[in-house]
Design a protein around this ligand. Structure first.
Ligand SMILES: *Cc1c(COP(=O)(O)O)cnc(C)c1O
Length: 470
C-alpha cells in the first residue's frame, strides 16, 4: 500500500460532480466576454467560508433523504444534472415571468413543458411550470371554475387535502366522494352524486398521496360522457409512472387514458428528479389561455413571442427551475424503455418486493397491493389503539437503526377490511408507510425488512404494550 497518498474520505453525498460546475460556469462566462470589465462588490472569502461552514453544520440536522435507508416521505434527491444546471443558472438568476427576465430559460421551459405534454400524447397544449402541485392544481381548478361557474368540485376522500382548501380559496363548493376498498374513488358513489346534479368538475387522483392509489380513470371518462363535467387529473405524484413498464393492468389502463383529461398536474419535484419549486400544470385546450389575460403596462415589450407570465398566475418565477428540468430531460429523455423509465420502475419493483415480504410476515398486516411505489402496513394487534402505538414505537426504533419510515393516519374504513380481527376502538389507525422512490431501494429491501423486524421486536411487541398498561 502506498502510504504517501492521502486517503480520500468516502462521501455519502455526491461531491464528485461539483467540479463540472466550474467548467460550465467558465463556458457561460465566456458568453459575456465582450462587456467592459467591472469589479463586482464582493464579499471577503473568509466571511463566506465562515458562514458556509456554519450552514453546513446546521444542515446536518436533517434525515438522510439521499440514502436508500431513508424510506419515509415523498422525498427524492434531485439528479446531479438538475442540481448543477439549476446552480449554473443562478449566476444569472433568470426570471421566467417575462422574456425580458429570461429569454433562454423561458424557451427551455416551453420545450421541457412540451415534452411533459407529449408524455400524455398532447401535441398541442397550454401549460407552464410553477411552484409545485398545490399551485398547479389551483390554476387548474381556477380555470375549471371560470368555465363552470356556480358548480361543485368533487374529489375522492383520499385526494390531496389541497383540493378542498383550494376550492375554498377560489370560492368553489367542494365535496368529497367515498373511496372503495383499494383507496380509489368509488365510481358508483360518484355516479349517485352526479345524478343529483350541480357538479361541474371531477378531480381524478393518479397516485393518492397516502397510498399511491390510482382512481379508475376509464370509468370516470365514461361518466363524463354521460354527465358532461370537466375532468381534472391530479397526477402530481403519479404522472411519471405512465413510463413504468411494471404497472398492474388496471393501473396501466388508467394511465393510458390520462391524455383524455381536460387538465393535468404533474410535479417534476416529486418524481422528475428536480429540486423543490417545480410543479407543472397542463391544459388540453390551449384556448383557456384567455382567462389569464391581463394588461400589464410594463412587462411584455421585448417581443411578440409568448411571455410565460401571460399564461401563469404567479409573476416572478425561477428560470433556474426550467433550466434544471430541461437539462434532466436532455440527459434522461422521457421515453418508455429509457433510463429514466427504468429507474422509476425499479422503485416500484422495490415496493412490490417489500409488500410481498410484509404480507408473508406474521408480525405485520398489509393492505392492498401498492399501485405505484408506496407501501402501507401496520403491526398485527388486537386493537386499533395498540396497532397505532406500536407503529409509532417501530417508527422510532427503526430510526435508531438509521431506517427512516413515515407514519400515516388512515381511516378505519380503509384498514378494517384488511385487519378483520382488530378491534376498531379508534376512528383512524396510525400505520407505517414507506415511499420507495429511489431506484437504489431495489437493492435494500432485504435490509429494510430485517431492520423492521428488529424494530418490531424491540419497540412493538404486544407484551410490551400489556406491561405498560397494567
Ligand atoms: C404532493 C401532491 C400535491 C401537492 O403538491 P406540492 O408540490 O406539494 O404543492 C397535490 N396532489 C398530490 C396527489 C400530491 O401528491
Amino acid at each position: 500500500m502506498d502510504h504517501t497518498t492521502p486517503a480520500v474520505p468516502a462521501s455519502q453525498l455526491d461531491v464528485n460532480s461539483l467540479s463540472q460546475l466550474e467548467a460550465a460556469l467558465r463556458r457561460l462566462d465566456g458568453g459575456f466576454a465582450d462587456l467592459p470589465a467591472f469589479e463586482a462588490e464582493g464579499e471577503d472569502a473568509a466571511g463566506l467560508a465562515r458562514v458556509l461552514a456554519e450552514v453546513a453544520e446546521r444542515l446536518r440536522d436533517n434525515y438522510p433523504y439521499f440514502h436508500p435507508l431513508y424510506a419515509g416521505q415523498m422525498l427524492k434527491p434531485p439528479h446531479p444534472v438538475a442540481r448543477l444546471a439549476y446552480a449554473l443558472a443562478l449566476w444569472l438568476n433568470p426570471n421566467n415571468h417575462a422574456l425580458d427576465g429570461g429569454r433562454a430559460s423561458s424557451r427551455m421551459e416551453k420545450e421541457a413543458v412540451a415534452a411533459l405534454a407529449r408524455l400524455f400524447g398532447w401535441e398541442t397544449h397550454l401549460g407552464h411550470l410553477c411552484g409545485g402541485g398545490t399551485l398547479a392544481n389551483l390554476e387548474a381548478l381556477w380555470v375549471a371554475g371560470q368555465l363552470r361557474p356556480g358548480t361543485t368540485v368533487l374529489a375522492s376522500a383520499h385526494a390531496h387535502y389541497t383540493h378542498q382548501r383550494i376550492s375554498a380559496v377560489l370560492g368553489l363548493s367542494f365535496e368529497a366522494v367515498a373511496c372503495d376498498a383499494r383507496g380509489r374513488l368509488d365510481a358508483g358513489a360518484l355516479e349517485r352524486r352526479l345524478a343529483q346534479g350541480g357538479v361541474g368538475t371531477v378531480v381524478a387522483t393518479l397516485g393518492a398521496t397516502a397510498t399511491g392509489a390510482v382512481d379508475p380513470l376509464p370509468r370516470l371518462l365514461a361518466l363524463r360522457e354521460r354527465y358532461g363535467f370537466r375532468l381534472h387529473a391530479d397526477a402530481a405524484y403519479g404522472g411519471y409512472f405512465t413510463l413504468a413498464d411494471n404497472l398492474a393492468p388496471e393501473t396501466r389502463q388508467a394511465f393510458d387514458v390520462l391524455g383524455q383529461a381536460d387538465s393535468l398536474v404533474i410535479d417534476p419535484h416529486k418524481h422528475g428528479l428536480q429540486p423543490y419549486g417545480c410543479g407543472c400544470v397542463l391544459f388540453r385546450d390551449p384556448s383557456v389561455g384567455r382567462f389569464y389575460k391581463h394588461d400589464s403596462p410594463y412587462t411584455y415589450f421585448s417581443s411578440a413571442e409568448l411571455h410565460l407570465g401571460e399564461i401563469s398566475l404567479e409573476c416572478s418565477r425561477p428560470g433556474a427551475a426550467a433550466v434544471g428540468l430541461w437539462a434532466t430531460q436532455r440527459l434522461l429523455p422521457l421515453e418508455p424503455g429509457g433510463v429514466f423509465a427504468g429507474r422509476l420502475a425499479r422503485g416500484r419493483a422495490a415496493a412490490l418486493a417489500l409488500f410481498a415480504r410484509l404480507r408473508a410476515d406474521p408480525r405485520f398486516v398489509t393492505i392492498f397491493e401498492p399501485e405505484l411505489d408506496i407501501v402501507v402496513w401496520l403491526p398485527r394487534a388486537e386493537r386499533a389503539t395498540e396497532a397505532s402505538r406500536r407503529s409509532r414505537a417501530i417508527f422510532a426504533e427503526a430510526a435508531r437503526r438509521h431506517l427512516h419510515l413515515a407514519l400515516a393516519e388512515l381511516p378505519m374504513e380503509l384498514i378494517g377490511p384488511y385487519a378483520p380481527h382488530m378491534a376498531a376502538n379508534r376512528e383512524t389507525v396510525t400505520c407505517l408507510r414507506s415511499v420507495l422512490m429511489k431506484p437504489e431501494h431495489a437493492g435494500w429491501v432485504e435490509r429494510i425488512h430485517a431492520i423492521l423486524g428488529e424494530a418490531a421486536s424491540v419497540g412493538g411487541s404486544p407484551d410490551d404494550w400489556a406491561a405498560s398498561h397494567v
